[in-house]
Ligand binder design. Structure first.
Ligand SMILES: Cc1cc2nc3c(=O)[nH]c(=O)nc-3n(C[C@H](O)[C@H](O)[C@H](O)COP(=O)(O)OP(=O)(O)OC[C@H]3O[C@@H](n4cnc5c(N)ncnc54)[C@H](O)[C@@H]3O)c2cc1C
Length: 419
């Protein structure tokens, strides 16, 4: 298999890279080894939620906060991607969502503060339009609505947490019984999402909800308003209830994230991009400082992908891209040691809630996002890194993984096109 640029990975960074290359008119192949963390997302793109890992005050203006971060930490992935890539990648994704028929909102100069399923406020930059009426900068009281027998969203718990943490207006909880569902049936978000696409079902739930809530409130429901036709399902339900509605992503499997990524994947395919399925990469063939091919493990055989340039868009630990031995952690392509610990448990902190040292493990990079050796020399001149697999930063506390993924995906794609 031969192409101009091969993008390895299926996360946000790989999608941003593939779209950038597609728009340039060059040929791109996407290596899609399996599920990425995209299917488990809260389903927003978080550019920067908190200025530092320990701050508790959410960022109001992400563009300004990223610019400050770049000045403060010149080797941070945002600094390597550059502020122009942060702006360009945000534009790229919003335009893409629109073209693919996905209703999304957001801008780099403001964050939404949206409630999670446990009632904590979460700052995020880009979000599905079906979620944004939950923004806690709005003054209306909130009613959180659950469904009898549905286990992935407890409105009473979320309402009590949210009222305590938000405190700007009243938050209350209500449970309605959806037709055909009840405490004696085991069902998931996917079942409900399918049922909500049926007008009779939807109108029956709306009628019960209308009876149970007062005037002037907005209503938060778990993210189950449609699976394959979310825009029209959401609009019809909101009309029938007669109140502003917002969806809240539930614990995985939430349907909001798969809605997004299934649509983007199909949109790439509709544009003619070749996708290689279920084939993880396991080696890079490098001669004279250039990567000649990446070898994939396909069913029953090995598949080499030859490209002029490569974007390696791996996450780090979530999907097990790196191979951790007793003392050494190696990458899956160059088989370089990227971390060494005399005591292996030094990679983890005892408390689940502490900053985890393993989050910092990843490829060392050049200023052009090329994976580098310990002397800063590129492992291959035509390979560029995007997404979570970068050394020396932990986006968990700052809530910046999504923005970092799209900015580095965009910048790595630009470098690959120039290579
Ligand atoms: C539960 C959960 C919720 C999250 N919620 C949010 C959120 O709401 N907003 C947000 O901005 N971020 C969120 N994140 C962070 C999220 O991971 C990133 O935003 C984003 O998906 C990262 O994209 P990525 O491309 O860096 O990595 P990923 O999405 O993890 O993609 C990495 C890719 O590398 C591939 N890969 C691994 N090994 C190989 C190999 N050997 N060969 C080929 N491919 C390989 C994997 O299959 C995968 O496709 C969440 C993460 C988790 C775990």
């Amino acid at each position: 298999m031969k192409t101009d640029v091969a993008v390895i990975g299926t996360g946000l960074s790989a999608l941003a890279a593939a779209r950038t290359i597609q728009q340039s008119g060059r040929q791109v192949v996407l290596v899609w080894p399996g599920l990425s963390s995209l299917y488990f997302l809260f389903a927003t793109v978080d550019v920067i939620g908190y200025p530092t890992a320990t701050s508790t005050e959410p960022v109001a203006d992400p563009a300004e906060a990223v610019a400050r971060l770049i000045t403060r930490e010149p080797t941070h992935p945002y600094a390597r991607a550059g502020i122009d890539a942060v702006h360009a990648s945000t534009r790229l994704m919003l335009e893409w969502f629109k073209e693919a028929g996905l209703a999304w909102e957001g801008a780099l100069n403001r964050n939404f503060l949206l409630p999670t399923a446990t009632g904590t406020p979460k700052p995020c930059c880009l979000a599905p339009a079906s979620m944004t009426a939950g923004d806690l900068s709005r003054p209306e009281p909130i009613v959180l609505c659950g469904f009898t027998g549905y286990r992935d969203f407890a409105p009473e718990l979320a309402a009590s947490n949210l009222e305590r943490q938000w405190g700007a207006a009243a938050v209350s909880a209500v449970r309605v019984t959806a037709p055909g569902y009840g405490p004696d049936r085991l069902f998931t978000s996917v079942d409900l999402a399918r049922s909500f696409e049926d007008a009779t079902f939807r109108d029956a739930v709306a009628a019960e909800l209308r009876e149970r809530v007062g005037d002037g409130v907005r209503i938060g429901v778990p993210g189950v308003l449609g699976l394959t036709r979310p825009n029209e399902t959401f609009a019809a339900f909101q009309r029938a209830v007669g109140h502003p509605i917002f969806e809240i992503p539930t614990v995985p499997p939430s349907v909001i994230a798969p809605r997004l990524f299934d649509r983007l994947r199909k949109h790439l395919q509709e544009a003619g991009i070749e996708i290689i399925w279920a084939a993880p990469g396991h080696a890079a063939e490098v001669t004279d400082g250039r990567c000649r091919s990446i070898l994939l493990k396909a069913a029953g055989h090995e598949l080499p992908v030859e490209a002029a340039a490569y974007v390696v868009a791996l996450e780090d630990w979530v999907d097990g891209a790196f191979r951790a031995g007793v003392h050494t952690v190696r990458d899956p392509f160059f088989h370089q040691p990227i971390a060494w610990n005399k005591v292996p448990t030094d990679r983890t902190a005892e408390s689940l809630f502490s900053t985890q040292p393993f989050e910092q493990v990843g490829y060392a990079l050049t200023d052009r996002l090329q994976p580098a050796d310990e002397n800063g020399k590129p492992l291959a001149r035509n390979v560029f890194c995007a997404g979570g697999a970068m050394a020396g930063y932990d986006p968990t506390g700052t809530k910046s993984r999504g923005g970092m993924a799209i900015a580095t995906g965009y910048r790595a794609a630009q470098e690959a096109l120039a290579a």
